[in-house]
Design a protein around this ligand. Structure first.
Ligand code: 5AD
Length: 337
């Protein structure tokens, strides 16, 4: 009964959703969860019909100065070869994305000073000059001044996952980083007129349903334009190597509830969700997701961007990967934009 009540309430009046409602939905049985997924799918359909949004992602550098306990790119992992794509390579990869008919590129890297402010500005100006792509940046926390200049040079969206909304968990998992600072950066991005994206991982060690419910409410409070919901996958070269991976079912629930709370948001079927379960991408697309971010990183760099093991598409070149995704969209009788 409580499940039915919360499901109806949250899908009709998302702004009135309480922590309690979200907790009820999160703790629903597997059988009940199919109703949740169906509801989320119906809401996605109501707003977006058959349209799936495509954002080509280029992982421009795996250099990272951070020490996040979950991430394979953490600075202390000396077992991976670090790379920094040169500007011409990035511009060429962006042109290739544009020539495929894709309208948005996401430039993502570890958090570092690997690229100077001027290099990023040059990159943005060149991509804008040579293509009609919308540009999303995902480069971690940057100064207000940098963000303002990047906006002026052509970036219009910024993806900065809050990772977890729980201060204590955040400081345990991300030593030397600060949740407040990350949330401040998201506010600054919004003030500068960026469309902001955030998101979190499901299944982190010591994470509770209550934390996940607060993650979802935080996305609502920030009124994000996009939210990436991943699932924790342990990486062998990190201090969390021995922990269990997050539950796929729980991540689907989180995705579906986020759709109810943010009916119009861009919610990608994330690579982590696609990697952890058979047909993970399809499940996500049928449970509220309305976007896919095909990996367009040149093949030579792809396997080096190893945030977690078993990442799908690592051995496919951008053309084959894109073809695979187009076939899937066609098979599901969706269209892409
Ligand atoms: N499992 C799943 N997702 C991860 N990320 C980093 N490490 C892992 C992991 N072990 C995610 C974070 C980050 C994004 C680039 O990858 O959410 O923001």
């Amino acid at each position: 009964m409580r499940f039915k009540f919360s499901l109806e309430k949250v899908s009709k009046y998302p702004l009135e959703a309480t922590l309690e409602d979200i907790l009820t939905l999160l703790s629903c049985s597997k059988k009940e969860s199919y109703f949740l997924f169906k509801k989320a799918d119906a809401l996605r359909k109501e707003h977006w019909d058959k349209k799936i949004f495509i954002r080509g992602i280029i992982e421009i550098s795996n250099i990272c100065q951070n020490h996040c306990l979950y991430c394979g790119l953490r600075e202390k992992n000396k077992n991976i070869k670090r790379y920094k794509m040169n500007l011409e390579e990035i511009i060429k990869a962006s042109q290739d994305i544009f020539n495929k008919g894709i309208k948005t590129v996401v430039l993502q890297s570890g958090e570092s000073q690997a690229y100077s402010r001027d290099e990023i500005i040059f990159l943005l100006e060149q991509i804008k000059k040579k293509t009609k792509l919308s540009i999303t940046l995902s480069l971690g926390v940057k100064s207000y001044e940098d963000l303002e200049l990047f906006k002026r040079a052509g970036a219009s969206r910024y993806l900065l996952k809050h990772e977890t909304s729980d201060k204590t968990l955040f400081s345990k998992l991300c030593p030397f980083k600060n949740l407040e600072q990350r949330l401040d950066c998201l506010k600054q991005l919004k003030n500068l007129g960026y469309k902001i994206g955030s998101g979190m991982m499901v299944g982190l060690p010591s994470q509770t349903d209550s934390i996940l419910a607060k993650d979802i409410l935080l996305l609502q409070k920030m009124q994000v334009f996009m939210a990436g919901i991943g699932v924790f996958i342990p990486h062998e070269a990190t201090p969390l190597a021995k922990y269990k991976a997050g539950s796929f079912l729980k991540s689907l629930k989180v995705l579906a509830i986020t759709r109810l709370i943010l009916p119009k948001a861009y919610l990608p079927a994330t690579t982590a969700m696609a990697s952890i379960a058979p047909y993970g991408l399809i499940w996500a697309l049928k449970s509220g997701a309305n976007a896919i971010m095909p990996n367009m990183t040149p093949l030579e760099y792809r396997s080096l961007y190893s945030i977690y093991p078993g990442k799908i598409g690592v051995f496919l070149n951008p053309e084959d990967n894109w073809q695979r995704i187009k076939n899937l969209i066609l098979a599901l009788d969706y269209t892409w934009n």
